[in-house]
Design a protein around this ligand. Structure first.
Ligand SMILES: Cc1cn([C@H]2C[C@H](O)[C@@H](COP(=O)(O)OP(=O)(O)O[C@H]3O[C@H](C)C(=O)[C@H](O)[C@H]3O)O2)c(=O)[nH]c1=O
Length: 186
């Protein structure tokens, strides 16, 4: 059995990866990244240059972010808690431009999500003390920081707020994320 299993999504290049988890009476072990296998999964050589780690309480929404230049591919996983993770295709000329896809990433399901460069990305945290780790294919360039409003009606992300027991007014966003532009304003 392959050590990492890939599941495609309706958006080309956006993939979910399930690592093999080795459990025993002590707990578990898993490889969370291996260049040789991941390059084979992706079908091309990917170089990650920066790892990020953020922690959020329940009900935080970070996003939707992208870098206007030095666009970053992101390999995402959650090591504590849970998120509903969303990516929006902003690749110029893409047949699925403006389309979004969401997936639940949790410490339990150990799922990983690869979001290619030129996607807007964000997540809603579903539990307190959620720890979110991701590898990036380019460095942080704040001078090229870009974003789209999380609830842009043109994109129409279904954040499943009712399903997860949230009300919009109770979400915790950064001041920046409250006033991100709409896709049509980009
Ligand atoms: C992203 C980043 C931030 N920072 C500093 C800048 C601020 O002083 C502080 C918090 O930054 P920010 O509020 O932009 O963090 P997030 O809201 O989690 O931003 C991220 O959220 C969404 C989900 C993403 O996909 C992006 O990776 C990124 O935009 O960390 C750095 O020093 N390096 C970095 O790579």
């Amino acid at each position: 059995m392959a050590k990492f299993r890939k599941t495609e999504t309706p958006i080309e290049g956006l993939i979910v990866i399930e690592p093999t988890v080795f459990g025993d009476e002590r707990g578990f072990f898993m490889e969370t990244y291996a260049k040789r296998e991941y390059d084979a999964l992706f079908g091309w050589e990917i170089e990650f240059v920066q790892d990020n780690h953020s922690k959020s309480r329940r009900g935080v929404l970070r996003g939707l972010h992208f870098q206007r230049q030095h666009a970053q591919g992101k390999l995402i996983r959650v090591v504590a808690g849970a998120v509903y993770d969303v990516a929006v295709d902003l690749r110029p000329g893409s047949a699925t431009y403006g389309r979004w896809y969401g997936v639940e990433l949790t410490a339990e399901n150990k799922r990983q999500f690869y979001v290619p460069p030129h996607f807007a990305h964000g997540f809603l945290t579903l539990a307190d003390d959620t720890e979110f780790l991701y590898k990036c294919t380019d460095y942080y360039h704040p001078e090229f920081d870009g974003g789209i409003r999380w609830n842009d009606p043109q994109i129409g992300v279904d954040w499943k707020l009712e399903h997860y027991g949230f009300t919009e007014s109770k979400l915790l966003l950064s001041d920046k994320d409250r006033v991100q532009p709409l896709l049509e304003e980009l």
